[in-house]
Every structure is written in C-alpha cells, then in structure tokens.
Design a protein around this ligand. Structure first.
Ligand SMILES: Nc1ncnc2c1ncn2[C@@H]1O[C@H](COP(=O)(O)OP(=O)(O)OP(=O)(O)O)[C@@H](O)[C@H]1O
Ligand SMILES: N[C@@H](CCO)C(=O)O
Length: 324
C-alpha cells in the first residue's frame, strides 16, 4: 500500500451498529499487451462484511485464503484501506468487526490485493452518511493510488473489461463488454509470486520497436475481446513484461508457450504466476483444460495446479447494507 497513512484526529466518528457486506470479483490484469491498463473481472468472489462497533477494538473472523497468515490488527490491508478512505471522507472509526470470506488465492495474479482494497474502500464509503458518500470514480481514484496502478481495481469496481489510463495523478477507466463466446480458463499453481517482486524484474525502459509492436497488439486485443475473438491469439502477444518475468515463474512460462503453440490465447494473469487462457467458446475451453492437464502431468510434476473455467463478471463490486 503506497499511499501515506491518515494523521487526522478531529474527524467525525462513523455511527456504530452498522453492518454491511461487499462482494468483489477477482480480476486478471494485463491480458498480455495491456500492461497496467487492461483488466478483466472474473467470477471468483471475496466477501467482506464490516460491522461498526461502539468500543475501540478490532475483531476478525477470517476464513479461506490467508485465514492462517493475515494479521489480525490495524496492519490488515482491509483495515488500513478503510482508515485511509474514512480519513479522505472526513471521518474516523471506533471499533470494527471484520468478517472476510476469501476465495481469491493470494499472490497468484488474480488481483487479491485489489479486491481487498476495493471491498474496504467501498465499505468505508457505505458507512458514512449519504451526503458525504462519493461515487465509483472516487473509489477508482483512491484504490488506484493504494495499488499503484488501476488495471485490477477498475474491473473489480465496474465489472467487465476495464480500459484504464492515468494523467499525472488522475486515474480514469472506461468499461467495455466482452464478446459472449469468450471463456476465461485459469490454471493457478501452488507457488506464489508477489506483485512487488514481479515488478522489480522489469527494465526501466524498452525500445521503440517493442513499444510499437505492443501498441498494435493492445489495440487488436480490445477488438478481439469485444467483437472478434478469433483474433485473440495475435491480440494477446505481449512485448513489455512477460519475457522479463518468465524466470520467476518457469512452469507458468512453459505452460503458456505450449498453449500458444497449440493455438490457444494464453497469458500471464496479472503479475503471475497464474496462467489465463481466453478461450473462444465452451468447446475450446474444454480443449484448453485437457491441454493444461496433459502438459502439467507430463512436465511439471512438482507443481499442483488448480484449473478453473470461469465467467466474465459483469457486475463489479456489490454492496449490501443490512438494516437493523
Ligand atoms: N483479502 C485480503 N485481505 C488482506 N490482505 C490481502 C487480501 N488479499 C491479498 N492481501 C495481501 O496482498 C498480498 C498479495 O498481493 P499481490 O499484489 O502480491 O498479489 P495479487 O493481488 O494476488 O496478484 P496480482 O496483483 O498479480 O493480480 C497478500 O500476500 C496479502 O498480504
Ligand atoms: N499490471 C500489474 C498487475 C499486477 O498487479 C503488473 O503486471 O505488475
């Protein structure tokens, strides 16, 4: 979390006794050539319920991913993001009960940290009175600042395919609808790679030729995803990041090469090490799954893979306020 922590102490306290639930989709960023700009919302959901308490304590009920390892104090990512959002809104909290049901695997490239901060900031925004509440573009701005890039948070907020960009410190995003035949298939390995580590592997600059090649493929990818899925294989060719990160996720890189050689549009999901294939239709998705099973059985015996056929989430983050 790169944004500075709040310091204010003279804020209005949020009302105690509130309970709200946010459901947030996982996301796959980059999609090949869309480094730090394109992202897709996926049907794998984390659920965060927050209760505002009248005493100053923090209570945690964590289940699923990270339940054994995440901190249970104010250093928890969700609490830090709630505190920052409340501060920006002109509020502060008393105690909180955090109930997190985490399904999205951590450090695998499916946007788990983005889902957590989107859930937290959405929850904080729903905790304050109507007149103080902000819109989803405000949530995009703050969560992009926290993450350092908008490509995961945007689809987590808005659903669908998010095309995001940055002007100085200002983040923006627009949503596009993905062709109905596109089926995302993910292969999640049992090892982690943090986004921070993966970003550290990238060069400070790339040549003009690579930039030009990448621009063409990124433009093609948007057309392929929205209306011409038969062009997904050329549209997912990347020149900016995957090759530099391959050594840190060799089993994933080898699986991607094999899938692409067979004609399937395979990419590194986010910063990896998950592999995602954008299949064109259910029959192709089944063939992709069979290819992954055969390749990994023969070539990566030391890695356990979880293969999931998902859907594109079209709703984005959804908040439910429980009336008492
Ligand atoms: N639901 C959560 N609650 C609290 N902390 C979380 C949660 N999800 C992720 N995190 C924190 O974020 C870290 C993972 O973030 P990281 O950016 O490295 O990977 P990712 O978001 O899963 O993948 P990517 O950004 O490549 O899509 C976890 O190790 C954990 O510290
Ligand atoms: N665009 C980001 C996505 C992962 O958070 C990266 O590749 O580092």
């Amino acid at each position: 979390m790169e944004t500075t922590q709040p310091t204010a102490t003279d804020r209005t306290e949020v009302a105690a006794g509130q309970r709200l639930t946010v459901r947030v989709p996982g996301t796959s960023a980059n999609l090949g050539p869309g480094y730090d700009s394109l992202g897709l919302a996926l049907s794998i959901y984390d659920t965060l319920t927050v209760e505002t308490l009248s005493s100053g304590e923090l209570e945690f009920e964590l289940s699923g991913e990270g339940a054994e390892t995440l901190p249970r104090d104010s250093s928890h990512l969700v609490v830090r993001a709630i505190d920052l959002a409340l501060d920006r809104l002109g509020f502060q909290r008393n105690g909180l009960k955090i109930i997190a049901e985490n399904v999205n695997p951590h450090g695998r490239g499916l946007g788990s940290s983005a889902s957590a901060v989107v859930a937290a900031v959405t929850a904080a925004n729903a905790m304050v009175p109507d007149e103080a509440r902000q819109d989803r573009d405000w949530i995009l701005q703050l969560t992009s600042e926290i993450e350092g890039h908008p490509d995961n948070v945007a689809p987590a907020i808005f659903g669908g395919l998010a095309l995001s960009w940055q002007d100085s410190e200002q983040y923006s995003s627009t949503r596009a609808d993905v062709a109905a035949s596109v089926v995302p298939v993910v292969a999640v390995p049992d090892f982690e790679l943090s986004t921070e580590t993966a970003r550290g592997l990238l060069p400070a600059s790339v040549g003009h030729h690579a930039a030009a090649m990448n621009s063409g493929r990124a433009a093609l990818l948007v057309h392929a995803l929205t209306s011409k899925p038969e062009l997904l294989l050329p549209g997912t060719e990347d020149y900016l990041h995957q090759s530099y990160r391959a050594e840190a996720m060799r089993p994933s890189a080898n699986l991607i090469s094999s899938l692409r050689s067979a004609g399937f549009a395979a990419v590194v999901s986010g910063a990896g090490p998950t592999v995602m294939v954008l299949a064109n239709g259910e029959a192709e998705a089944a063939a992709v799954t069979a290819h992954i099973d055969a390749f990994t059985s023969a070539n990566t015996p030391d890695v356990a893979w979880r293969v999931m056929t998902l859907a594109v989430d079209v709703e984005g983050a959804r908040v439910e306020v429980h009336r008492r």
